[in-house]
Design a protein around this ligand. Structure first.
Ligand code: ZN
Length: 218
């Protein structure tokens, strides 16, 4: 099932990149025993890893411990470099899952290797439908969001707890890459990450986007 193009208010976007921010919530860094970063930790997923709501999710075969990470996800609406008014670059907001093979990531980290096998595999980016961003209606610096598995609440976060708030993330990314319309940004996960099994149903939601769900199969 194709997610592309993403359409918001009659505008179409064809994403070329998914930026993901790691280690952006203190309580999550603590639960994994990591170090607080001095600047945003960035990794990427291929656009082909997006899974639209309701599409069947298959368990990856090259790891055992598949973790859910619910995150607020942004869609960039215009080109920009070294941007000063960062929030004006946002076209859409949703929530998504940064699926992670934690056992694989542990081995890669230990060996000092890149994270792709643990973070950028097929179907690693379940993504809700984007809602148009209007600064007068959506407060991105005080947005709650959550993840439930089989009806049990596992993660509950609020963007006010980010180590690097959204405007600072967008500014920093725009120093390292020229932002392009259609860029997608996963902004990091709060604490409560945990494992998923075949047959599990995952629901993620925020008050501004509503809820989206996926079921895991073999
Ligand atoms: Zn994440």
């Amino acid at each position: 099932m194709s997610v592309l193009p993403i359409t918001i208010n009659d505008r179409s976007f064809n994403p070329q990149r998914i930026f993901c921010i790691g280690k952006n919530y203190d309580e999550h860094i603590k639960e994994l025993g990591g170090q607080t970063p001095e600047e945003p930790v960035v990794f990427m997923k291929p656009v082909s890893s997006i899974v639209v709501p309701g599409e069947t999710l298959c368990m990856p075969r090259h790891g055992k411990l598949l973790h859910h990470e619910v995150e607020v996800v942004l869609l960039i609406g215009k080109e920009g470099r070294d941007v000063s008014d960062a929030l004006s670059y946002i076209a859409g907001v949703t929530v998504g899952l940064d699926l992670t093979l934690r056992d694989v990531q542990g081995r890669l980290k230990k060996a000092g290797l890149p994270w792709e096998l643990s973070k950028s595999f097929e179907q690693s980016a379940p993504l809700g439908d984007f809602k148009a961003y209007d600064a007068n209606v959506i407060d991105l610096e005080n947005l709650s969001f959550s993840c439930s598995v089989n009806g049990d609440l596992r993660q509950q976060g609020n963007t006010c707890d980010m180590l690097f708030p959204i405007r600072s993330l967008i500014y920093t990314l725009s120093r390292w890459w020229t932002l392009q319309p259609g860029d997608i940004i996963y902004t990091g996960t709060p604490s409560g990450v945990g494992s998923l099994e075949s047959g599990d149903r995952v629901d993620i939601e925020s008050p501004v986007t509503g809820s989206f769900s996926w079921t895991l199969s073999f």
